[in-house]
Design a protein. Structure first.
Length: 164
């Protein structure tokens, strides 16, 4: 299955592909897809169950049309969640001002392998790097050094609101 065809199908429905994972076995392959709206706000994905079902139907049709050997696909379509992964360079500008957690392949900006801070966006004139405010210190990180990055949801704050 062509990832580009999957992304185009999702975009044609008005959503964006956040992540695409393949797994499973030969006779029962797995396709796990996270979608979002291009204008979603941090921590508040507006993806509904109906949206996931709509995308799932479109992808099921695409998988069946592409299938050459009768594989029984397991298809999972969901929102990216409140701790949305940042996967494209544009995500590092789109979510500027938000708390993020970043894990590197090695130490990031000469400090630690994992950092949490406020996202300052892509570095001007250096689209291959983004800046992060970590406890008042500005650090610049190359995108290629990032193993994973995601929004850092304030679980403690959310729990406090629920107990009111």
């Amino acid at each position: 299955m062509d990832a580009g065809a999957i992304e185009r199908s999702i975009e044609s429905l008005g959503f964006e592909l956040v992540t695409l994972e393949r797994g499973g076995g030969r006779s029962r392959p797995l396709l796990r897809v996270r979608i979002d709206r291009p204008d979603s706000a941090p921590g508040r994905s507006s993806i509904t169950v109906e949206d996931c079902a709509r995308v799932s139907r479109a992808l099921r049709d695409l998988l069946e049309a592409d299938d050459d050997g009768g594989a029984d696909w397991v298809l999972e379509v969901s929102s990216p969640g409140v701790e949305r992964p940042l996967v494209r360079a544009a995500d590092f500008d789109r979510f500027r001002g938000q708390r993020v957690r970043v894990r590197g392949y090695e130490r990031l900006a000469g400090t630690a392998k994992q950092l949490e801070g406020t996202l300052l966006g892509l570095v001007e004139g250096r689209p291959e790097a983004f800046a992060l405010d970590v406890d008042g210190d500005r650090v610049e990180i190359l995108l290629e050094a990032v193993a994973a990055a995601r929004l850092a949801y304030g679980w403690e704050v959310a729990a406090g609101r629920e107990s009111d």
